[in-house]
Design a protein around this ligand. Structure first.
Ligand code: ATP
Length: 222
């Protein structure tokens, strides 16, 4: 791997990771390499605000992400959203990271599906004051030219990755990645049916899923 410049941005990849899979991991890896990030932090949501409650509790999902990234230099697990009380709003996480790292460019990484839902996020206009947004295209999800996201792209899109190293925040960059149409939803269904997730998740994740049967046992009552 090439040496990463001292001024390199820090990447943040948030998600429910219910469970984590190769679609997440390969995307994060390609973004980290292509943009020469100093580090890519996986930030599992404790209480994701924009969707149904996760199938598996936060500490379990965190354990799976830790197992998934353990052998990859530059991949780091950040458990702040699991430790924090209340909804896992990205704007709060970014504010904390900005306060901790005032001089470091931050890149919030997300799939195109998540990016298109941005206007529903809590205080979403503040996100680009705190970080850049890096979008990974996904099949079936097309960036619009109209509406709030169209306007955001017209105003903020950068076509030069070097700009992400110069400014601390404020740009939107689309980074093509290998398309692996794996989803956690599909994995949950597969595991509930007693099938083997081999080749969809790393072996340490598969081993944990197998040992704990966390997606096979009935959903805990809340
Ligand atoms: P679910 O099926 O439960 O909605 P998911 O597989 O989409 O889950 P999330 O944890 O919701 O996973 O996604 C976290 C982030 O990863 C989001 O930004 C999402 O766009 C992105 N992502 C999810 N799956 C893929 C994939 N196969 N390739 C690229 N990015 C992905």
């Amino acid at each position: 791997m090439k040496a990463v410049p001292r001024t390199a941005p820090l990447g943040m990849f948030g998600g429910t990771f219910d469970p984590v899979h190769y679609g997440h991991l390969r995307t994060a890896f390609e973004v980290m390499q292509a943009l020469q990030l100093r580090e890519l932090r996986f930030i599992p949501a404790g209480d994701p605000p924009h969707r149904d409650p996760p199938r598996v509790e936060a500490l379990r999902r965190l354990e799976l992400v830790r197992a998934a990234v353990a052998d990859q230099p530059g991949f780091v697990v950040d458990d702040r959203e699991v430790r924090r009380q209340g909804p896992s709003y990205s704007v709060l996480t970014l504010s904390e990271l900005r306060a901790e790292l005032p001089e470091v460019p931050l890149c919030l990484v997300m799939g195109m599906d998540a990016f298109l839902g941005l206007p529903t996020w809590h205080r979403w206009h503040e996100l680009l004051e705190l970080a850049h947004i890096v979008v990974a295209p996904r099949p079936g999800w097309v960036a619009p030219t109209t509406g709030e996201i169209g306007a955001l792209l017209a105003e903020r899109r950068s076509f030069d990755a070097a700009e992400l190293h110069v400014a601390l925040a404020g740009r939107v960059f689309v980074q093509p990645v290998t398309q692996l149409e794996i989803s956690s939803t599909e994995l949950r269904d597969l595991l509930a049916a007693g099938l083997d997730p081999r080749y969809l998740v790393p072996d340490p994740v598969r081993a944990l899923l197998h040992a704990t049967r966390m997606y096979s046992v009935p959903r805990p009552t809340r």
